[in-house]
Design a protein around this ligand. Structure first.
Ligand code: NAD
Length: 352
């Protein structure tokens, strides 16, 4: 049995079909009276539905959330919160919208109620990100952890298969890295294994039958577990590489995770045998790396960096950036090893 320290704040979670209707009660439970609702422009209708449910508890809508939380957007949203005299935020959407809520909370301490509509898992973490002059900086602060999370699978029915699949792979990546994290513990490993099981069984159904509410609920359940894992542990080579590729080469977040994951797992496989065994068992396969690659193929998600906008002549630069600062990972992170990983990921080769 490993030695560990377990010290996690619990987040209030309301899960189930129709739980969106409980939003006003959650705002009142916080003692708040003026909620600013956040969304992307694509999800303005969801924000309007939130306002309809909130009635007099709604202070306004800010619907300009975008990927990677540019500092300019964060400033506009912070100003909107002040202008509307908001005493809490309701973030309805994926990681981008919840990230905007966190940017507001970081400065003002306003409470966030998150209503996730993807599987990214940000709602369960104290991790925030802000992009300034093209550089994305992340940090951890308990202030940005939402006070309550409403998971209503009905809100995910509109998530198109081509976003849902990679988003689910992003969640699986949180679980896998939780299994070999240096600061992991047995409870987090159980959540990670169950998260992988739930996502691996539900994602193919979500993609093949997008209206299947049971599959959507199962995937959202897996996302909750995955987000909890990410919030509790330090990340390794997989998340670091995705961060570098996303930030420097402006590649789409969930798709980068999907492509890199099987290769990051192959990179770590000999150094983290227990994590590999649990991942493979949870996927119901022999090899964790191959199983993850095959799952991505099955859900028609991208498997090659070259197909999601990565220039081949950027691979060396990416390997340099990813090995500049030391970080914990089961296998020591070296330039040659990372470059080989990136070349395999670029071409979309199935790991051996
Ligand atoms: P996203 O939030 O950028 O959403 C992608 C698109 O899908 C958006 O246009 C959004 O409006 C739309 N969408 C979301 N849900 C929908 C639904 N149910 N129906 C129709 N359209 C829907 O994507 P994401 O992958 O959820 O989030 C990515 C961002 O989150 C990245 O910036 C990433 O860094 C961040 N993130 C942060 C953490 C953390 O812990 N801080 C964790 C994971 C991801």
């Amino acid at each position: 049995m490993q030695s560990f320290t377990y010290d996690q704040p619990a987040t209030r979670v309301i899960f189930g079909v129709g739980t969106f209707d409980r939003l006003p009660d959650e705002v009142k439970r916080l003692g708040a009276k003026r909620a600013l609702v956040l969304s992307t422009s694509e999800q303005l209708k969801d924000a309007e539905e939130a306002v309809r449910r909130l009635g007099s508890l709604a202070a306004g809508i800010f619907s300009r959330a975008v990927m990677h939380v540019p500092i300019e957007t964060a400033r506009e949203a912070r100003a909107a919160a002040k202008q509307h005299d908001a005493d809490c935020c309701v973030a309805i959407g994926g990681g981008s919208t919840i990230g905007l809520g966190k940017a507001i909370a970081l400065e003002s301490g306003l409470a966030i109620i998150a209503i996730p509509t993807t599987y990214a898992g940000s709602e369960m973490t104290p991790i925030y990100g802000l992009t300034e002059d093209g550089v994305k900086k992340t940090g951890r602060d308990p202030k940005v952890l939402p006070k309550a999370v409403i998971y209503d699978p009905e809100l995910t029915l509109t998530l198109p298969p081509k976003i849902a699949g990679p988003s689910g792979m992003n969640a699986i990546a949180h679980c896998v890295e939780g299994l070999y994290a240096m600061d992991g513990n047995p409870l987090i490993s159980m959540l990670a294994a169950e998260g992988i099981r739930a996502l691996a069984r539900s994602l193919p159904r979500v993609v093949e039958a997008p209206a299947d509410i049971d599959a959507r609920a199962d995937a959202l359940y897996g996302a909750w577990l995955a987000g909890t894992v990410l919030g509790a542990v330090g990340i390794g080579i997989h998340h670091k590489l995705c961060h570098t590729l996303g930030g420097t080469f402006n590649l789409p977040h969930a798709e980068v995770h999907t492509v890199i994951l099987p290769h990051a797992v192959a990179f770590n496989s000999k150094a983290a045998p227990a994590a590999m065994r649990i991942t493979a068992e949870s996927l119901g396969v022999e090899s964790a790396a191959q199983g993850l690659f095959d799952l991505a193929v099955r859900i028609e998600a991208p498997v090659a960096l070259k197909d999601i906008g990565m220039p081949e002549d950027g691979l060396e630069r990416a390997a340099e950036l990813a090995t500049q600062n030391p970080y914990t990972n089961p296998r020591p992170v070296d330039y040659a090893g990372v470059l080989a990983l990136l070349r395999n990921a670029w071409s979309g080769k199935r790991p051996e």
